[in-house]
Ligand binder design. Structure first.
Ligand SMILES: Cc1cc2nc3c(=O)[nH]c(=O)nc-3n(C[C@H](O)[C@H](O)[C@H](O)COP(=O)(O)O)c2cc1C
Length: 224
């Protein structure tokens, strides 16, 4: 890691200390940190490695104001130096040039043999066509996993974030110039920056409430 990047928290501490931060300082994120954050974001897995997230970094005052309006006036979006708008493309799999790039990269790295690539060339369109209306849901899954990578990587490097569902999709699409893109779906808004104030952990339910063994009839019992 470069000298200008901060030392990072270990994984368990990162996960346990991340909070939904509602108030950010004006302080900008150094460009090198932002670049690293993006690299760690797209290190996320995706179905068939489609990498179908389309992430818009909203940074200008004008765009932040418009985005905050689309998010029912939530102040995090106005305050944070950047909000990652996680969208996903439901048609990435139909883009031949893009798919060729994905196959070629995996072949060159020796990660996927030609046999796998040949299989994917028929399996991916078949899988996507069978999805029908669920294509939206599946694209959003990929984007949400990437967003989780961002939030945790940010926390590990001393930044804070807030996962956000509170916005109107059509309004967000308009802000990011996607109002005429039926292939683009919005997954999440994630403001990122330096926390202006800490937040308490609101706590979690006991594991026996929402974890089960083998079936939903057997709550998980942790060993004492
Ligand atoms: C998918 C998702 C959407 C959320 N949407 C919002 C939101 O629009 N505005 C907000 O202030 N917090 C939002 N939150 C934050 C949650 O309220 C917060 O994560 C939860 O209370 C647990 O707190 P913690 O993140 O500090 O552990 C959202 C969280 C998630 C995971």
């Amino acid at each position: 890691m470069s000298a200008s990047l901060p030392s990072t928290l270990d994984t368990f501490t990162t996960i346990e200390t991340r909070r939904a931060i509602k108030s950010f300082k004006e302080e900008a994120i150094p460009p090198e940190m932002l670049r690293r954050l993006l690299e760690l974001t797209v290190a996320a897995p995706s179905s068939y490695n489609l990498q179908d997230w389309r992430i818009v970094l909203v940074q200008s005052t004008e765009q932040k104001q418009a985005l905050a309006e689309a998010a029912f006036g939530q102040p995090q979006v106005l305050q944070a130096p950047v909000t990652f708008v996680f969208t996903a493309s439901t048609t990435a799999w139909q883009d031949e040039a893009l798919m060729d790039q994905i196959y070629q990269t995996a072949l060159e790295r020796g990660a996927w043999p030609q046999k796998t690539v040949d299989y994917f060339k028929s399996a991916i369109p078949q899988f996507q066509e069978n999805l029908g209306d669920r294509r939206r849901e599946y694209a959003i899954k990929d984007a949400m996993i990437a967003a989780t990578h961002t939030a945790l990587a940010a926390q590990a490097m001393g930044l804070a974030s807030c996962f956000m569902n509170g916005w109107q999709e059509e309004a967000v699409k308009k802000v990011i110039g996607a109002e005429n893109r039926s292939d683009i779906v919005v997954a999440l808004l994630l403001p990122i920056g330096y926390a202006a104030e800490p937040r308490q952990n609101p706590g979690r339910l006991p594991l026996s409430t929402n974890v089960f063994v083998d079936s939903l009839n057997t709550p998980f019992k942790a060993v004492e």
